[in-house]
Write a protein that binds this ligand. Sequence first.
Ligand code: XLS
Ligand code: NI
Ligand code: NI
Length: 437
Amino acid sequence: MSDFFPSVPKIAYEGAKSKGALAFHFYNPDEILLGKTMKEHLRFAMSWWHTLCAEGSDMFGSGTLAKNYGQSDPTAYAVAKAEAGFELMQKLGIDFYCFHDRDLAPEAETLAATNARLDVVADKLEALQKGTDIRPLWGTANLFSNPRYQNGAASSCSPEVFAFAAAQVKKALELTVRLGGEGYVFWGGREGYETLLNTNYGLEQENIARLFTMARDYARSIGFKGLFYIEPKPREPMKHQYDYDAATAIGFLRKYGLQDDFRMNIEANHATLAGHTFQHELRVAREEGFFGSIDANIGDPLLGWDTDQFPTNVYDTALAMWEVLEAGGFKLGGLNFDAKARRASNTFEDLFQAYIAGMDSFALGLRVAVKLREDGRLADFVQQRYAGYESGLGAEIVSGKATIRDLETYALKAGDVATTSGKQEYLEAVVNSVMFG
Ligand code: XLS
Ligand code: NI
Ligand code: NI
């Protein structure tokens, strides 16, 4: 193992009572809950971009934590970054990573030279993975940073740009397959528009579907067995992002016949930007049969952009893990920390503590979700609330037997109906009693 983080030991589970600052308090990887280890339930992943690349720069100032790993040559830097990433994952006991092509290695003068650089990094990653369980949870292509993508990638007005995007996706798929990746993500990047005055909305939508279809067919042809994901996000960077939320993205996939290969990658902060809760987006994905993977982070309720903070709100993680358990758990997906330590948390120790905080928060969320299921009051309440549809009039509606005329006859005779209480406050108190009881 490399030694980029000498002050950080291998992080161990020390239990809730421990005050250790570099230890897990709730995440006990080997502990069995509902027949699976916590590690199998949670399938944590490291995000290459925030963790190994982002130095904390913002609109007003440069980075606060240098991440050049002692290298100035771009290829040597990319290789050192891979070593640092493996050290971090191994110290935290994380088995998955997520990457954009451009996180692995910076772009060179030409696409061919960039691809050659990526091959060097892929050799290194293959060597580092050997003898470990570490592999990509998913790969993706960065189709938004380079200025050529100013008008979008697949949704660009320029076929030349479309071709560059396709070439990047092809290479990113090859890397994902070569490294044993279990998924491939499309986050919309700049797929959207600023004004309809210059936009052919219909053609842009179709072209996005064309790129997805090409990618799916090519990936299958080179042996990719994993899942594709769309990661919905509204408002940023384009004012109108096409994959606004899960419902929108699912409708798109169904329209273009992509529903068998694609699932959702739900990011908490993107959900809140869309005016939804994290749980809502997971519920939509689950109920529609599109539950897939999660980008684990949290936004700031006072800010209107993607702050990508490490998740520490246990109420949110508990309700998210409730949805994950109801979906039958992760299959190929997992919990990717698409999150960065705050700019003023400017040491590598802070980065480890941020991961520990996030992993412990999801571990707590899992523990609460398991208890909520065992407690049963929430599920029982919902079952009772809709019990009317199990017999009599309700069963006739559900089975399609009742016609609109039958229902009118019924309503005319009934006079009026009794209302039932939704009991929201009681249910919120039940959640608290399970969390803290
Ligand atoms: C940006 C997205 C991005 C995706 C991968 O907001 O969260 O990081 O996860 O392209
Ligand atoms: Ni994300
Ligand atoms: Ni995001």
